[in-house]
Design a protein around this ligand. Structure first.
Ligand SMILES: [Zn+2]
Length: 130
């Protein structure tokens, strides 16, 4: 089998990347691609939001960004929290939900904890020094 990539590979790569929690290493192996080749096929996932700066389409750059609720503008490169963009774009349902809602507070706390956890893991990875 030739190892050239096709549109079909790209479609499948994106499907697997965005549709599963499997590691990039596993997916690359399954698709018979290098990790770099797999990453080059991954397209940002549209978040269905408009950029508050340039009104361009906003999307999740990768799964980590999606999990943490961060969107990136494909037009000007603005990175912003998804919740803030929704509020700025006048999505009243989000605004309403976030006022005095215990669920919204929990989400915010959870997001903060996730950030701390990610920082901790990163620090450990960096600190390992091998
Ligand atoms: Zn923009």
């Amino acid at each position: 089998m030739a190892s050239t990539t096709t549109d079909h590979d790209a479609e499948r790569a994106n499907e697997l990347y965005w549709g599963s929690d499997r590691s990039v290493n596993e997916l690359a192996e399954d698709l018979d691609l290098s990790k770099g080749a797999l990453y080059s096929l991954i397209r940002p996932l549209p978040a269905g939001l408009e950029c508050p700066e340039c009104a361009g389409g906003m999307s999740y750059a990768n799964r980590t960004a999606r999990d943490r609720g961060y969107v990136t503008c494909e037009g000007c490169g603005l990175e912003e929290e998804e919740a803030l963009v929704r509020i700025e774009s006048g999505d009243a349902s989000v605004l309403h939900e976030s006022v005095g809602s215990p669920a919204a507070t929990r989400t915010l706390v959870g997001t903060a904890l996730l950030g701390v956890a990610a920082g901790f893991v990163l620090a450990r990875l960096v600190g390992r020094g091998d």
